[in-house]
Design a protein. Structure first.
Length: 697
């Protein structure tokens, strides 16, 4: 309903006054679309007001009056952060054409404002003075000062006027093209449907999958069954369907996203993104964008990234080739020796092979992974490790009925955080899964510990008309992954918000999330929540044993798939000259070293690779494998001492989860582990032989 003129005149924009909500959560029920633009512009005005006060302060610049000088009224001066947080979170989780249009309108305005702040010479002179002449600082204060000083220099503060002007242009263009990339991808992904009206086309699909597709069709007011490119729909179809032609149709739709001759084509956009990032890096004195990024990463330089990739390729490729050959033999035994395995066949015949070897399938397990029970299990794991509890509270307003809100309490009963959980796919939601924050943790000038509001957003299997949401084991793992990120935010206990929670170097941020994935195949964890949704019977020991035995099924292939993505990322962002090549051809050459299965000429990953084109992982996708080395090494400590050992968990919380970015990541890790990690624990977990040179003498 549109507000009347009277309502408009009497109504106050909710961003302009205290929320007066439980834990100061966002009043989603009071926020309207028209509030955002007004709040953005007012937030920019207040930022400029604060900037003028700071740079015109006649006192000598100090840490207190320049670095942390917003004073008591952080609510007034924090407006732009608040409105940006909720708007861009909603743009990913609950978007619409109107939100997309507003994002297009605001992007250049926001980028210009950011440039105005970061390139303000008077402000930088004050920061530079403090960096050189400051009082005795705590380690956290010194880290913040260094971070802010380097943030300004990395954003062009040392450039001449011509350089600053060019940097402004590049950053404004980058904001627009990355936004266009995201919107194109979401629109094209949501636009595709595989509409089936003939029951024979459902051959091989389990009843649950058919029912979900029927529900999808009914929601769209169509007859028959509808499959989409959302993972809970596409994944089961590719795995179970015996209709090879339809598998190919779905595969090609998914792997050619944003390559078609239409308004959602991302090919030229990707070229421009790569060239913008390269030019920005070179303008700032770096040879390539990867050098710019890796200066503030654990990996430090491209040599170390490629060294990790080379180690993984050497260790995993022989096994990965055998894994693919085994799938092909399986397919030929079924279809005939002349059968030529194609990419759209891999998931289906891998499933048949897994059934043959381990007699295990996600459909067998789904009845034991009913979502409400999985939630209890995941929360129970956090309680067992750290003593914390989650209590759902319907008085906390949410942005969509699917979303649940919880209060989180520490072992002693003190309030820790607000936790939002958004589980299922829907029209306005982008694909994938992620964790985000609506408010970071910090300690204000009164000494009050302001606790965080964190959110996990996923696209898990939806309930059907006949059954509740029943998850696959992979979806349980996804939940644990994002929950690990959320614990990083929930346990944050630092002074400054910009250094709390997940505000760490990007090749460290995946450690807490990937660490939690380990529990998905641990017997003692599964026994705490995996009960049949109808009978209440626990997941049989026999099935748990098969889960554990099948854990490393195609682990080598999966590893090299991730490495291939990392190689592609590095190939783009180590470019030193203008990128003009054909995207599809470049892509297939870039990751060739890690490829163990044939590639289809017309397919393209780049045009939908939002991590590196629009998601902040440019020159950083290697982080997943880098962090996997860390988490495998860390979990080996739990395996030795007990996977629920409270003392070990407390050390993990104290030394890693609560510290955010207050110290160098390796310093934090060594404080927990006692030593730097090696690749050995990862190899052993995946059943890969540890090379002799890696073995301890």
């Amino acid at each position: 309903m549109k507000p009347t003129d009277i309502e408009k005149s009497e109504r106050v924009n909710p961003f302009f006054e205290p929320f007066n909500t439980l834990h100061d959560t966002y009043p989603f029920d009071r926020i309207r679309l028209e509030d955002f633009e007004e709040a953005f512009l007012e937030g920019i005005r207040r930022d400029k007001e604060h900037l003028e006060k700071t740079i015109n302060n006649p006192e000598r610049p100090t840490f207190d009056n320049t670095i942390i000088c917003k004073g008591e009224d952080t609510y007034y001066y924090g407006l732009l952060d608040r409105v940006s947080t909720v708007f861009f979170n909603l743009m990913s989780a609950e978007s619409s054409d109107e939100i997309d249009a507003l994002a297009q309108k605001m992007e250049p305005i926001l980028t210009k404002h950011s440039n105005d702040m970061m390139l303000n010479e008077k402000l930088f002179e004050r920061i530079k003075y403090v960096h050189r002449h400051h009082r005795r600082l705590t380690p956290e204060e010194k880290t913040l000062l260094d971070k802010i000083y380097e943030g300004f220099t990395r954003n062009g503060a040392l450039l001449d006027e011509e350089g600053k002007a060019r940097l402004r242009q590049l950053r404004e263009e980058a904001g627009m093209v990355t936004l266009q990339f995201q919107q194109n991808l979401r629109k094209e992904r949501k636009a595709f449907t595989l509409h089936i009206t003939d029951p024979e086309d459902l051959a091989g699909l389990p009843e649950r999958v058919r029912q979900a597709a029927a529900d999808e069709a009914r929601e769209r007011q169509l007859d028959g069954w509808v499959f989409t490119l959302d993972m809970p729909s596409r994944g089961p179809f590719m795995k179970y369907s015996t209709r090879r032609d339809l598998r190919k149709q779905l595969y090609m739709a998914d792997n050619t996203l944003c390559t078609h001759d239409n308004s959602e084509n991302n090919l030229e956009i990707c070229k421009r993104i790569v060239n913008i990032y390269r030019e920005i890096a070179q303008l700032l004195g770096f040879k390539c964008f990867a050098d710019y990024v890796l200066k503030h990463r654990m990996a430090s330089n491209t040599r170390n990234v490629y060294h990790l990739f080379d180690q993984l390729i050497e260790a995993y490729k022989p096994t990965a080739l055998k894994e693919i050959a085994e799938v092909e033999r399986t397919a030929q035994k079924i279809e005939g020796k002349d059968f030529n395995l194609e990419p759209w066949d891999l998931a289906h015949y891998s499933y048949l092979l897994q059934m043959k070897k381990y007699d295990i399938d996600s459909e067998m397990l789904r009845p034991y992974f009913e979502l409400s029970k999985v939630i209890q299990g995941v929360f129970g794991l956090a309680n067992r490790l750290y003593g914390i509890t989650f209590r759902e509270n319907s008085d906390i307003t949410v942005y969509h009925p699917d979303v649940k809100a919880y209060e989180v309490f520490d072992a002693d009963g003190t309030f820790l955080a607000v936790f939002y959980a958004d589980f299922h796919p829907r029209k306005g939601k982008q694909g994938g899964a992620w964790m985000t924050s609506y408010r970071g943790q910090y300690i204000n000038s009164k000494g009050e510990n302001i606790r965080p509001h964190v959110s996990v957003v996923m696209n898990l299997t939806k309930p059907t008309a006949e059954k509740p949401s029943l998850l696959s084991l992979g979806e349980v793992e996804t939940f644990l992954h994002e929950f690990g990120h959320s614990l990083h935010g929930i346990f944050a206990n630092t002074r400054f918000e910009s250094m709390s929670g997940t505000n760490v170097w990007w090749d460290f941020v995946e450690l807490p999330s990937q660490f939690m994935e380990n529990y998905s195949v641990e017997k003692d964890f599964l026994r705490t929540f995996a009960f049949h949704y109808q009978t209440g019977e626990p997941l049989p020991d026999e099935l748990i044993t098969r889960i554990v035995k099948s854990r490393n099924f195609q682990a080598a292939y999966s590893c090299l798939r991730q490495v291939s993505f990392g190689l592609l990322d590095m190939a783009y962002y180590t470019m030193r000259e203008e990128f003009t090549q054909d995207i599809k051809e470049f892509e297939k050459k870039a990751w060739q070293k890690a490829i163990v299965f044939k590639q289809v000429p017309d397919t393209c990953m780049t045009t939908q690779f939002s991590h590196i084109m629009a998601g902040g992982y440019a020159a950083g996708y290697y982080s997943y494998k880098w962090a996997e080395v860390l988490e495998a090494d860390a979990f080996s400590v739990f395996k030795r001492r007990g996977i629920f050992d409270r003392a070990t968990a407390q050390s993990f919380r104290d030394n890693i989860l609560s510290k955010g970015g207050t110290e160098h990541p390796m310093t934090l890790y060594k404080r927990f582990r006692g030593a730097e990690p090696t690749i050995d624990a990862l190899l052993r977990r995946n059943g890969i032989r540890v090379p002799r040179k890696n073995k301890k003498k």
